[in-house]
Design a protein. Structure first.
Lengths: 399, 626
């Protein structure tokens, strides 16, 4: 026997079907108007949790982007500052070469000295540049300080060695601007290895033309003393006073001893000495300062002229090394800027993939939703019509 | 002839009754709980005449109420289950909406906070970035509080609803007992509509608490809860009531009034709407709030620890950014001792959300989980020097506990409501690491200090600066002590600190270590803070805060989803059961119309029998008169 149906039950059944269809329709409508497949986690808990994690990752990427923008602007400023500093050094080097040719008058040289002093203060201004937000470029991790200050010809540094890392992409952190001590202070003099220098008490006309290490192993970082026992005879002593080489000299000769080669011109006096030592650090400001000081010193006598030439020679070498140093820092900055560009690519790629995952997780497929909507509307329509038809059926109408 | 008249009139009476019953059915076609009735007709026994028996009409044997006891029992089951799932599903959906909707969930302020922390790491000296971090910290804390308080409101609502529904259940129980009395008094002649009324109330009661029934011989019906506690026994009904939770006076618990007072009922012993409410509270709401609190505890503790590891913009050691209330301890109302428990979180990674019950057995304390009763391992004696240590919490006892005293410890439940932003000064954000190193400007080697870390804060406390000097590339001294051998890349360790170099040091190179001064732009500590969302602080170091957060969303969401799916299944079952009941007891108007026609025709025929008898009688009279 088939199941008996009660009249109330039949109507309730129709009504419930109608309500159910309406609920489904409302949900599809909500999906289509919001564009989201679900509005609450209950509709797809794992997708919702995953979407939440991805949202957080997307927000972090945005922040990495802002970090990178800030870092990029600071690094560009640093690069510009280094380029400007390099120009100043280049000009100073030209002036030193000009002063070295021996035909300039005292007045000419003091004009050159004035320009060198201007270059030095220009360099100081460059070293004290900030990033436009009030933060010095070259103060390390010190803030609210003027990193370099000049007092009685000496530049002192108020910053420190700190160099921050900035996160620019997931798992990619790049170094912020270099500390001023690394850029301007800790610069080797000489050729970066060895420095030859004429002693101030020299009375001859010997001028150092170049000092170079020919054999690192036998030099081994020792401080050597090149002494002239006679204008045409030399010896090289080590720090303990032991003679490690000697020979005779004619102007323009190279002197080789202890792994070091010294080229000299002019005729030194007996007792003149040259120190050959591991190149110490010398800040760029001091290099310029001593150049300017040497330029204003009198050069009337051959001895003074030799002193001037020695000073110019070592200034030129020091400036070359400093320029190389700045170029290296600049190359390093450039490498970081290019890593920043890579970071931007990484971020863009990640952002793309995160957003597409997010879209797959929770965005509505409109084609599917639209066809679902029309199907559900048809079903609702059918439920309404059926309900009406079934309700109108009654045997009582026939009585 | 008189036989014929009598037979005809018996038929008239019977069909009148039958028509009245049909009318009654039609009248009650839309009455809830109505069971259709039917007149059972029976032929009157025949009267003996010489050659056999002649029938003498029809009798109404019985007014039948069409109902099936088995279907009724299934209907009760289904009602209880449906009531339970309706409450569970609708409340879980509300909790889910709170935790997953962007406007109320933690997700957006959480992301903003960590973006702001990254902002400080990028520009540590910027007062704007620092203020931004504090402001977004405030918003995050507010969101935590408001989310918890919204869940707390649902909790309060559950209590109020339970109290209200218990009143309804008691009224129904009383009515069922009264109907039992009327039905027992009427004996076997009890009116079908009385039985319907009782069945309907039992079903309503099932919807509230879920019941089982046992029919008695005298016609009464005994009603029990799903757990077997008697609600109605014959003519007597037992009252349900709500009593305060022994640990939490602000929360109600279901109890049954027995002869010896109120006996608390376990949430699992009732089904129906009340069961659904209690189940929601115990299985969805409490764990969600505990988890929310656990995340708040881990976040605040982790961030504060990070803060303390750094130095702020004024050069001071970092201070706490957030404050948290200690884990809540609630004494059982029946405790007789005077012990008080002071709690603190000692290990975030061991924290569990579940409430614990601590019991003193006269000599020692032991801990169990409040929900399952499982023992939880606990160490320590409870003194300040050696506190009780259980599930990441330290407990210091004072006063004297009596044997049998119990305390409930909620490790994390109050944390989400109580987390506060303690910091007001943006400069107090500890962006810098406490130790910095600088290479001497005369250093000839290319070695640079790449990391300087504090390895032991206690030993570092007395640090006032150190100098590392290299004798050559393979040996160094610290403040003149040494020499120590150096190999490239190996850390140089001092008292409470350690430094790592990159590059090769030259003889005479010096590195000066000092405390980070005020106004430092160092961002090492800020970077650690900004990466805290990825730090595995939870579950013994296996779960990060970020995934803890999405796990909470997933958990509440799947609770809601599960309840909703169960509800849909139960609705299908209920529809089926209702159809079965209707197939027995429901009124079908077409059927009634047919019956109406049938009985009307029979009535007309019976009237015709009377008329025929009369004609026969008149014929006889006419014959005799002549």
């Amino acid at each position: 026997m088939s199941l008996r149906i009660s009249t109330a039950g039949l109507q309730m059944q129709g009504l419930q079907a109608l309500l159910q269809r309406q609920t489904q329709l409302a949900r599809t409508q909500q999906q289509m108007t919001t564009g989201l497949r679900f509005s609450h986690a209950a509709e797809d808990p794992s997708a919702a949790a995953q979407a939440q994690t991805l949202d957080h990752a997307v927000a972090a990427l945005d922040q990495f982007g802002r970090n990178a923008d800030q870092l990029e602007s600071r690094l560009h400023l640093q690069e510009q500052a280094l380029a400007d500093a390099g120009d100043q050094l280049q000009r100073a080097r030209e002036l030193a070469i000009q002063a070295n040719n021996g035909t300039l008058s005292q007045a000419d040289r003091s004009m050159l000295a004035t320009e060198v002093r201007q270059l030095r203060s220009g360099l100081l201004a460059i070293a004290n540049r900030d990033d436009g937000n009030g933060r010095s470029l070259f103060a390390g991790s010190q803030s609210h300080v003027v990193p370099f200050s000049d007092s009685a010809g000496r530049v002192s540094y108020a910053g420190d060695d700190g160099q921050n890392l900035v996160d620019v992409a997931p798992d990619q952190a790049l170094a912020d601007t270099n500390a001023g001590s690394d850029v301007f202070l800790r610069v080797r003099s000489g050729d970066g290895d060895i420095r030859g220098r004429a002693l101030p008490g020299n009375t001859g006309g010997g001028v150092l033309q170049g000092t170079a290490v020919t054999d690192h192993a036998s030099w081994n970082g020792r401080t050597l003393r090149l002494e002239f026992t006679a204008p045409d005879s030399w010896r090289v002593l080590d720090a303990g006073g032991a003679t490690i080489g000697s020979g005779s000299y004619a102007p323009g000769d190279s002197i080789d001893a202890g792994g070091v080669q010294v080229r000299l011109s002019g005729t030194p006096a007996s007792g003149d000495a040259f120190m050959l030592e591991p190149a110490p650090n010398q800040d760029i400001f001091s290099t310029l300062q001593s150049l300017a000081d040497a330029l204003v010193a009198p050069a009337g006598t051959p001895v003074d002229q030799a002193r001037l030439n020695n000073a110019m020679g070592s200034a030129i070498t020091d400036l070359d090394t400093a320029q190389n140093h700045l170029s290296m820092v600049r190359a390093d900055t450039g490498a970081r800027l290019s890593a920043l560009a890579d970071g931007a690519d990484t971020r863009a790629a990640q952002d793309e993939s995160l957003r597409s995952s997010l879209s797959q997780l929770r965005d509505v497929d409109y084609a599917q939703a639209a066809s679902q909507l029309s199907l559900q509307m048809t079903a609702l329509d059918a439920a309404q019509r059926t309900l009406l038809k079934v309700q109108s059926l009654s045997l009582f109408d026939q009585l | 002839m008189s036989g014929m008249l009598a037979t005809g009139s018996s038929a008239l009476l019977a069909f009148q009754r039958a028509l009245a019953t049909v009318s009654h059915n039609v009248a009650n076609v839309n009455t809830p709980g109505y069971s259709r009735q039917r007149v059972e007709l029976a032929a009157r026994p025949g009267q003996p005449v010489g050659h056999g028996y002649i029938g003498s009409g029809v009798d109404i044997a019985k007014l039948q109420r069409l109902a099936d006891g088995l279907v009724f029992a299934r209907q009760l089951d289904s009602s209880g289950e449906l009531g339970r799932l309706q409450q569970l599903s609708s409340l879980s959906a509300r909790a889910d909406a709170l935790t997953s909707d962007a406007a109320t969930s933690l997700a957006a302020p959480w992301s903003n906070f960590f973006a702001a922390a990254q902002g400080v790491a990028t520009d540590p000296t910027s007062p704007v970035a620092r203020s931004q971090l504090l402001a977004s910290g405030g918003q995050l804390v507010d969101r935590w509080q408001s989310l918890d308080s919204q869940l707390g409101q649902i909790d309060t609502e559950v209590d109020q609803r339970v109290t209200g529904l218990v009143g309804d259940a008691n009224r129904l129980g009383g009515e069922i007992a009264n109907l039992n009395r009327d039905i027992v008094a009427a004996g076997s002649n009890a009116a079908p509509d009385l039985l319907d009324a009782r069945a309907q109330r039992v079903e309503q009661l099932a919807d509230l608490v879920g019941v089982q029934t046992v029919a008695q011989d005298d016609g009464s019906l005994n009603v029990f809860t799903a757990g077997g506690q008697a609600l109605v026994l014959g003519l007597r009904s037992n009252q349900l009531s709500t009593v305060s939770d022994p640990y939490r006076a602000d929360r109600v618990q279901l109890a049954l009034q027995g002869s010896s007072g109120a006996v608390p009922l376990a949430a699992s012993s009732v089904s129906g709407e009340i069961g659904g409410l209690l189940e929601f509270r115990g299985r969805v709401l409490d764990p969600a709030r505990a988890e929310l609190g656990r995340l708040a505890t881990a976040f605040a503790t982790g961030f504060n620890e990070g803060q303390r590891a750094g130095v702020d913009f004024n050069g001071q050691p970092g201070s706490d950014m957030f404050t948290l209330p200690p884990p809540a301890v609630l004494a059982n109302a029946g405790n007789t001792g005077t012990a008080t428990l002071a709690t603190s979180v000692s290990d975030v990674s061991a924290l569990q959300g579940a409430d614990l019950v601590l019991r003193f057995d006269g000599s020692s304390w032991n801990a169990t989980r409040a929900d399952s009763g499982e023992p939880v391992s606990m160490t320590g004696t409870g003194s300040a020097a050696d506190p009780l240590h259980v599930a990441g919490i330290d407990i210091v006892l004072s006063g004297a506990a009596a044997s049998g005293d119990r305390y409930a410890v909620s490790p994390t439940r109050g944390a989400a409501a109580g987390i506060k932003l303690a910091m007001r000064d943006p400069n107090a954000i500890a962006a810098a690491a406490p130790l910095q190193a600088s290479a001497d400007t005369t250093n000839l080697g290319d070695a640079r200090a790449i990391t300087t870390t504090v390895t032991d804060p206690a030993a570092f406390a007395g640090f006032a600066g150190s100098t590392v000097e290299f004798i050559d590339a393979g040996q160094y001294t610290i403040d003149g002590a040494g020499p120590y051998a150096y190999s490239a890349g190996a850390p140089i360790a001092g008292t409470g600190w350690s430094m790592q170099l990159d590059g090769t040091p030259a003889a005479g190179d010096q590195f000066v270590l000092s405390r980070t001064p005020a106004r430092s732009a160092d961002n090492r500590n800020a970077r650690t803070l900004a990466a805290l969302d990825q730090a595995n602080l939870l579950d013994g170091g296996s779960t990060s805060l970020g995934s803890g957060l999405s796990q909470l969303t997933a958990r509440v969401g799947s609770d809601a989803q599960h309840a909703d799916l169960s509800l849909q299944a139960q609705q299908a079952i209920d529809t089926q059961v209702t159809a079965e009941r209707d197939s027995v007891s429901g009124v079908n108007l077409d059927e009634e119309a047919a019956d109406l026609l049938r009985y009307q025709q029979a009535y007309q025929a019976a009237a015709q029998v009377i008329a025929t008898a009369d004609t026969v009688f008149q014929t006889l009279l006419g014959a005799v008169r002549r």
